[in-house]
Each structure stands twice: as structure tokens, then as C-alpha cells.
Ligand binder design. Sequence first.
Ligand code: UT7
Length: 328
Amino acid sequence: MGKIRAAITGVGAYVPEDVLTNEDLSRMMDTSDEWIMTRIGIKTRHILKGEGKGTSDIAVEAVKQLFEKTNTKPEEVELVICCTVTPDMFFPSTACVICDKLNIRNAFAFDVNAACSGFLYGLSTAAKFIESGRYKKIVLIGAEKMTSIIDYTDRATSPIFGDGAGAVLIEPTTEQVGVLDEELKSDGAGRVHLHMKAGGSARPSTHETIDAREHYVYQEGQPVFKWAVSKMADTAVDVMKRNNLDPNITWFAPHQANLRIIDAVGHRMGIDSSRVMVNIEKYGNTTAATIPLLLWEWESKLKKGDDIIIATFGAGFTWGAIWLKWAY
Ligand code: UT7
């Protein structure tokens, strides 16, 4: 029998109905559509409204669609991995909450926190469970309610982020498709540039931390930008070169943080611009959800055997690239 590989066999996604436009933001703070479009490349981002609604509510809609499209029943699922930095609560994991809401009773479930690289790390993790031969149906989710941790008085971060979720089904195959190679990295020294200052065990929530607005995303944009371009490009080029992938026909699914980062990385890889997946204009940066949202939107254009390089960069720092051959 051939080697067991992990293939994505279906994709579902969901973004909340409500939309926050650049015009809305420019009424709330000193910014403009022109600045946001030229510096970041975002027009709209979707936001989840509603008392008591969290990341799991967005994720559940994505998984429901995935189940419908792939004709999967909740009891068939063996493992659920939810990649997120905006869990419903510290504990239990959002993956457990999602399982409960969808009546998934036969699976083990856990969260992965690798910020904007969450889905990439989750895909690598899920692939190992499948390749072991022990598991046959894994649901991998990237889901965020980023708007719950954004300071809408900070014009440097509030235009960037949005809410959304995507989910994929991962199953074994003995064909030469699925997850074929990867290069994943991290460097915790980069945490100073992108983090949430309070609310964790090192600095628990107090009146002071709330008054100091320390429960929001803190980002030093310029160093993050430079690291993102160089590290995403380094790993993506390595993976492409050692597998002799042709940049004229390889698809590129980059994390959606900034259109200028996407363009710079695509350029360094030599990828034909028609093969670069981009939807940042509509959704903004949905952190762990950007990659499954891309795969969902490009699903109808992808053909079995198409090569895709996924590359991400996020808080941690975390980054890397995966070579995936589309399986259907
Ligand atoms: O997904 C996780 C990884 N995250 C990323 O990859 C994000 C990487 N970083 C970035 O995408 C960019 O650095 C930002 C979009 C965050 C910022 O863009 P920038 O071109 O690096 O702008 P900047 O921070 O250097 O600011 C330039 C100017 C400043 O004004 P002065 O000091 O030159 O007068 C800012 O105050 O732009 C100003 N500015 C704004 N102006 C209008 C910052 N935000 C805004 C805004 N509207 N929203």
C-alpha cells in the first residue's frame, strides 16, 4: 500500500452579515478610504454583532456548510481542531464548544493558537494524525471574532481586522495529493511587536489594565511588516524550489494581512499574479480564518492535482509554508 497522505476533501466558510466599511471607520476616527486602500488594501470587513455571540458561533456556520457539502455526519468526525486567538473563553477550548453546538460526540477536540499562522500549524498537525493511519476524518477550523479584541480608538489597528471562519475536512488518501511538504518556524523574540498586553496569567485583568486599554491587539506595524515579507518569502521559496514547482502555474494562498505584503512575497516567489489568491479587500485580516476563506472562494477554480503554496506570518512570531496538491 502507498504512503498515507492527508487530503483536504471539502471546504466550508462563513462571514457574519454585518459589514464595517472604510467610510464607517472614517466617521469614527481620523482615517480615510484612500489611506486604508493604498496602505493596506481593505474596503470592508465583516463583524459579528449580538450579545453573547463568540467565535464558536461563526465557526459553527462554517462547519454546518462543510457537513452539507461533503455529506458528513457529526458522529463520523474523529477529531476537531479549532485554530483561533479569540476563543469564546480561556477554557474550555472553543473546539469543545463547537462540538457541543454541532452534536459532535465521538471526537476529541482542541484549539491551536499560532495567531495568523494558526490554520497552517493546524493543517500540519491534522496531517500527522491522518498520516499515522489512526484517524480518517478530521475537521480543521480557522475562526476568529477579531473585532472583540480591537481598539476602535486606535486607527493603526482597527482598519485591519475582521471576523470570519473557514473549515476543511481532512481525510486519508494514497494518491499523490494533499499535504506534501512544509517548512514551519517560530521566534518568540518577535512577541514584543505583536501581542495583547493583559488578561493572561502574567498580567491578569484589573481595573488598571482595562483603563489602560491593554486587552486589545497591540501591534508595531513596521517591524511586523518587514518580518512578514522576508520570512513568508524565505519559507515559500524554499518549499517551491526543493519540490521544483513551476511559479507560472502554482497557486499561491498567502495570509491576508496587507496587500503590499502579498504583492512583495508573490514577487519574490516569481508567482504569476493571476495565480495569487487575494480577498483581503472584502474581509480584511481574519487571522486564522484567512487561508480557509481563500480556499473556499477559489474552490471552483481549483482542479485535482493543482499545486498550492500556502504561506503565513503571525504573532509569536510564527510563520511558514505548506505545499498542498488539491485533491478534488
Ligand atoms: O496578521 C499579522 C501580521 N500583521 C501584519 O502583517 C501587519 C503588518 N504591518 C502593516 O500592515 C502596516 O505596517 C500597517 C498597515 C499596520 C501600517 O502601515 P504603515 O504603512 O506601516 O504605516 P505607519 O505605521 O508607518 O504609519 C504611517 C503614517 C503615520 O503618520 P505619520 O507619523 O507619518 O504622521 C500614522 O500615524 O500613517 C498614519 N496612520 C494612519 N493614517 C490614516 C496610521 N494608521 C492610519 C490610518 N489612517 N488608519
